[in-house]
Design a protein around this ligand. Structure first.
Ligand SMILES: [Fe+2]
Length: 314
C-alpha cells in the first residue's frame, strides 16, 4: 500500500528552460545538480520532489510513491511478482541517488517505472519558497498529483487498485467516438486524487498529460497566472473543477505537457463513495487557450525564457 505521491522523475531536453520555468513561474527552488546534469527541484522541507534528467524524452520517466511502512516493501514485492510483474530492490547507491533509504522498482502495464520507497531525504526546515506567499500544499497529502495517458484503462485500474492499494475517487466512461474511452481518479490519502488515468483509444505522444501542484494561498495561484500569461504559456484559463474543487489554471511546460497550478481542493474521507462523473468537469473557466509557437517564442524571449515555445495541446 502506498500513502503519498513522493517524487517524480522527468526526462527533459532543455534543462535551462525548465530551471527558469520552475523557479520563475512555479515557485520551486533549485536543490543542486548531480554529476550527470540532473537538476533537483525543491518544493517543501524535502531535499527535492522533482528530478529533471537531461535525457530528452520530454516525458515522465518514473514516479515515486511513499510506502505506508518499511515492512510494506517486501509484501509489495511479493504481490507484484505474483501478478507476473518483475520487481527489483534498488541498490543502496541507487536509493541514495533518489534521496531515499530503500526502494522497490517495477513497471505499470504501460511500461512506466514506479518506485515505492520509504525514508525521503528531509532537510527539516519550515520552508516557504521565496517566490511564494504561502507553502505548497504537501505534507501528508503528498507532493501533488499526476494525470497520465494510458492505452488500457482497465489494466491500469487493476494496477493502482490491487497492487498499489489505492482507492478510486471518481470514474467516467465516454461514448464511442471520443478519443478517451474512460477516466478515473485514484487516492491514497485525503487528497481527492494523487493520480488520474486517461484511457486513450490511440496512444498519446506523451505519457504525462499534466502534473498538478497545490498551493495554500490563492494569491500564489494568481501571481503565477500573471507570470504564465507574461511568458505566453497559459494553456487553459483559470477555472474551478467540479470533482476536486481545485481552482487552477494550466500552463504548457518546456517539455510540452502541462502543469496544473491550483489552490486548495476538496479532501475525501477514506470511506467516501465513488462518484460516477456525468456532468462537465469544471464549474466555470478552464477554457483552452490557443497560442501559436511564434506567440510563445516572442513572449518567452521577452522574459529571457527559452524553450517554452512549443505549441499547446489544445
Ligand atoms: Fe489535474
Amino acid at each position: 500500500m502506498v500513502q503519498r505521491l513522493g517524487y517524480v522523475g522527468l526526462g527533459v531536453s532543455d534543462i535551462e528552460a525548465w530551471e527558469r520555468f520552475a523557479t520563475e513561474i512555479l515557485g520551486f527552488v533549485t536543490s543542486g545538480r548531480a554529476d550527470d546534469g540532473t537538476l533537483y527541484l525543491r518544493q517543501d522541507s524535502y531535499h527535492h520532489r522533482f528530478a529533471l534528467h537531461p535525457t530528452a524524452e520530454d516525458d515522465i520517466v518514473y514516479v515515486g510513491w511513499e510506502a505506508r511502512g518499511e515492512g510494506e516493501l517486501q509484501q509489495l514485492a511479493e504481490r507484484v511478482t505474483a501478478a507476473g510483474i518483475d520487481a527489483t530492490f534498488a541498490t543502496p547507491s541507487e536509493a541514495t541517488a533518489r534521496g531515499v533509504v530503500e526502494l522497490l522498482r517495477f513497471e505499470d502495464p504501460g511500461g512506466l517505472g514506479h518506485e515505492v520507497f520509504f525514508g525521503l531525504a528531509n532537510i527539516g526546515e519550515l520552508f516557504v519558497p521565496p517566490e511564494l506567499e504561502g507553502r505548497f500544499r504537501t505534507g501528508e497529502l503528498g507532493m501533488g498529483h499526476l494525470t497520465l495517458h494510458v492505452t488500457d484503462h482497465d489494466k491500469h485500474v487493476e494496477f493502482y487498485r490491487d497492487l498499489l492499494g489505492m482507492r478510486r475517487t471518481s470514474t467516467r466512461r465516454l461514448p464511442e467516438g471520443a478519443p478517451i474511452d474512460a477516466v478515473s481518479s485514484w487516492r491514497c490519502n485525503r487528497r481527492h486524487h494523487s493520480v488520474a488515468i486517461l484511457g486513450m483509444r490511440e496512444p498519446a505522444a506523451q505519457r504525462l498529460a499534466h502534473f498538478g501542484l497545490h498551493l495554500n494561498d490563492i494569491d500564489d495561484v494568481g501571481v503565477a497566472y500573471d507570470k504564465a500569461q507574461d511568458a505566453g504559456v497559459v494553456a487553459v484559463t483559470l477555472g474551478r473543477h467540479q470533482g476536486d474543487q481545485v481552482l487552477s489554471f494550466y500552463a504548457t511546460t518546456p517539455s510540452g505537457f502541462q502543469v496544473e497550478y491550483g489552490w486548495l481542493g476538496r479532501e475525501i474521507l477514506d470511506d467516501a463513495p465513488i462518484d460516477q462523473v456525468v456532468g462537465p468537469p469544471s464549474k466555470w473557466g478552464h477554457r483552452p487557450v490557443t497560442s501559436s509557437r511564434e506567440d510563445n517564442a516572442t513572449f518567452s524571449a521577452a522574459r529571457g525564457v527559452t524553450g517554452v515555445s512549443r505549441e499547446t495541446e489544445t
